[in-house]
Design a protein around this ligand. Structure first.
Ligand SMILES: Cc1ncc(COP(=O)(O)O)c(C=O)c1O
Length: 366
């Protein structure tokens, strides 16, 4: 959709990246470390200073979790590599992995490349809650992993304490691992608590949590993230990490280690994005799009059923080419997109206010 947005000169609210800059101080730090000569390979697990900062950040945010920077935190080339590496290291041929859909697109190919089998459970619209009874019914002796994602892409739903209790119940007494995709950890609204897997010691003991600096510091193109997992899982993850990428961008790691000493940026991120969400909603008020509720992430689902009866993929193409606004059809986040009847598009509101205003003007005309 980004390529089509470019071709048709449409406003791009499709792909999930900001159209504003990473903090100037952070960019300056990267440049300064480059100039100082920090340009060679970093240690395989990541720069110790960065892992130490992350260990402190984690304990500040989730006090029951005190990860050892040496044995539990690995710096990766973005959340995607952390996810791929964790799946490749821990899932084997013929294993089953429970995937809640709609879901981010990198989980299933990684599972399939391992020769494992994705087992799908649909989240329940319009709130996109997890049907835990159904999840329970899909557990077999072959279930190796459950993948969760909160705050959720594409729906903007978030896990509650009740969800975590259900997950704990279901996995307790089993060998099932949990892969917890938390790249939108700091993009959560309305005073809700981010229910990180790291808050729950019993769950953390069987989990890999994945994070992305790109989502937090507005630099998705730098592709730096990290995985947090207990030592026995981290040891396996690093065996793959070592031969997949070996190590991650050195000056960026130095810069992040220094920048993280001040928590202000990530602590103010929920309010920063709440304003964006509310601005976008206010701007499209009076249009024929019907918004669903977004509790977290920087995505807003809009129902267009009052405007057209087209399949979402067709409507998204029409909207980009004829109206000049690009968004993502929600059906593509399902393994069988053709079966999805919902009339929903995902709009990314991680954009300058001016971009959102220009897009809304076009949407209001429909
Ligand atoms: C839910 C989710 N997980 C993982 C990622 C990948 O993160 P990164 O860009 O750091 O690889 C994304 C990016 O859009 C995402 O939305």
């Amino acid at each position: 959709m980004s390529a089509m947005a470019k071709e048709y000169n449409a406003i791009n609210l499709s792909q999930g990246f900001p159209d504003f800059d990473s903090p100037a101080l952070l960019t300056d730090l990267v440049y300064a470390y480059m100039k100082k000569g920090y340009n060679q390979y970093a240690p395989m697990p990541g720069l110790p200073a960065l892992r130490e900062q992350l260990a402190q950040k984690i304990t500040r945010l989730y006090p029951s979790c005190t990860p050892n920077a040496d044995t539990e935190i690995t710096i990766t080339a973005g959340g995607t590599q952390a996810i791929y590496t964790a799946i490749t290291a821990l899932v084997h041929a013929a294993d089953e992995v429970i995937v809640l859909e709609p879901c981010y697109d990198c989980y299933v190919p990684a599972i399939q490349l391992c020769g494992a089998v994705p087992v799908y459970v649909s989240l329940q619209p319009p709130q996109y809650r997890v049907p835990w009874q159904e999840v329970r019914s899909k557990i077999t002796a072959k279930t190796r992993m459950i993948i969760i994602n909160t705050p959720h892409n594409p729906t903007g739903s978030v896990f509650t304490a009740q969800d975590m209790a259900e997950l704990q119940n279901i996995t307790s007494g089993t060998d099932i691992l949990v892969l917890s995709d938390e790249v939108y950890e700091h993009v959560i609204f309305d005073d809700q608590l981010h229910e990180s897997i790291l808050r729950y010691p019993d769950l953390y003991a069987r989990s890999i949590a994945v994070f992305s600096f790109g989502k937090t510091f507005h630099n998705t193109g730098w592709k730096v993230g990290y995985a947090v997992a207990p030592p026995y899982l981290t040891a396996e993850i690093r065996k793959v990490h070592q031969y997949l990428v070996f190590s991650v961008n050195t000056p960026v790691q130095y810069a992040l280690a220094e920048y993280l000493q001040n928590p202000e940026h990530y602590l103010t991120l929920p309010e920063f994005y709440r304003q964006k969400r509310d601005l976008f909603l206010q701007l499209i008020q009076g249009s024929r799009f019907k918004p669903l509720h977004t509790s977290g992430s920087y995505f807003q689902l809009l129902d267009y059923s009052a405007i057209a009866n087209h399949k979402d993929t067709d409507f998204a193409v029409w909207l980009t080419q004829q109206v000049g606004v690009a968004a993502i059809p929600v059906s593509v986040f399902y393994h069988q997109p053709h079966t999805v009847q919902d009339k929903l598009l995902r709009f990314c509101f991680a954009k300058k206010d001016q971009t959102l205003e220009q897009a809304a003007q076009k949407l209001l005309k429909l």
